[in-house]
Design a protein around this ligand. Structure first.
Ligand code: CCH
Length: 307
């Protein structure tokens, strides 16, 4: 495997397509959450990048620091070891790709495979090694958002990364995917009925059930919002209710966020276009490129590669 400071190779587009195909092949996971690795792969890509601090230029999607306890053991990253384990066979099969590139690429492939938009992606990220200099680049814990908070918190966290209100709401639309796990975040449940299909349903449910979302305190003392649908179904199987985090709910209580929720609830195509742009921007946080798109590090100029 590539050591610290190793240059990423320059794969051809057909080599990258082979990696993409292998990622697509592992998304179906009959024994995992809702039969899919897709949502947790999206969350891995987001958490790998969401540590960025524009003011200091630290954090971001370079380095794949979650392989180390300092970042991987952050309670905010609980559960993402599953996503990393799903990708390990791909890293073995294509050792030339860095973890930092693989994790971000996998997020884009998963979104697309679940019916979402194509996301532009560029490679060239490097992986932090075990040298003191590299370890010092691992971002401090506490940079990722806390679902128990509200609009001011979201603006502080995403503003630190360089995102505006529209981008915050568009990014939040990723909660169309996946679920909360009580043993990971302390929250419990999924946001939409089909959590492996990318759509604007999350925005529509926020608005449509506005009066139905009720605060609920879970057994662990954590507070979230729930909508217990009263569905009589022939099998008498109880329907799993849907949930929202306090941070999700602030998107309709804050008047500026709310205009964007309304826009995206009404216009799925607009959401897809804006989501693609903002997710691509997220994955580039902390990556500096020259005019040719090659990654430029402080210490050494790397040869990058494009998709
Ligand atoms: Fe998120 N997210 N997220 N989220 N998230 C959780 C799960 C997912 C917050 C909190 C949580 C984004 C923004 C936020 C996904 C993508 C994105 C969970 C449950 C919490 C809590 C974790 C668990 O228990 O497993 C908060 C707060 C914010 C603030 O805005 C953004 C941005 C994205 C991507 C663009 C995805 C996908 C999941 C599902 C993961 C899974 O395992 O199913």
């Amino acid at each position: 495997s590539a050591g610290a400071g190793a240059k990423p190779s320059q794969p051809s587009s057909s080599q990258l397509d082979a990696v993409r195909a292998s990622i697509r092949d592992l998304i179906r996971q009959p024994d995992y959450d809702d039969g899919s690795a897709g949502p947790v792969l999206v969350r891995l890509a987001w958490h790998s990048a969401g540590t960025f601090d524009a003011a200091s230029g630290t954090g971001g999607s370079n380095g794949a620091g979650m392989r180390y306890e300092a970042e991987g053991g952050d309670p905010a990253n609980a559960g993402l070891q599953h996503a990393r384990a799903f990708l390990e066979p791909i890293k073995s099969a294509y050792p030339w790709i860095t973890y930092a590139d693989l994790w971000t690429l996998a997020g884009t492939v998963a979104i697309e495979a679940m019916g979402g938009p194509q996301i532009p992606w560029q490679g060239g990220r490097t992986d932090f090694g075990t040298t003191e200099a590299d370890q010092a680049k691992i971002p401090p814990r506490g940079r990722l958002p806390d679902g128990a908070q509200g609009a001011a918190h979201l603006r502080a966290i995403f503003g630190r990364m360089g995102f505006n209100d529209q981008e915050i709401v568009a990014l939040s639309g990723a909660h169309n995917l996946g679920r909360c796990h009580i043993d990971r975040s302390g929250f419990e449940g999924k946001w939409v009925n089909n959590p492996t299909r990318f759509s604007n349903q999350y925005f529509r449910l926020l608005l449509a059930n506005e009066k139905e979302w009720k605060r609920k305190t879970l057994g662990n003392g954590v507070e979230q919002f729930v909508y217990e649908e009263e569905v009589e179904d022939a099998s008498d199987e109880p329907e799993e209710g849907l949930m929202m985090l306090p941070t999700d709910m602030c998107l309709i209580s804050d008047p500026v966020f709310r205009t964007w929720v309304e826009t995206y609830a009404a216009d799925k195509d607009r959401f897809f276009v804006d989501f693609s742009a903002v997710f691509a921007k997220l994955l580039e946080l902390g990556i500096r490129r020259d005019a040719q798109g090659n990654v430029v590090n402080e210490a050494n100029v790397q040869s990058g590669y494009r998709s």
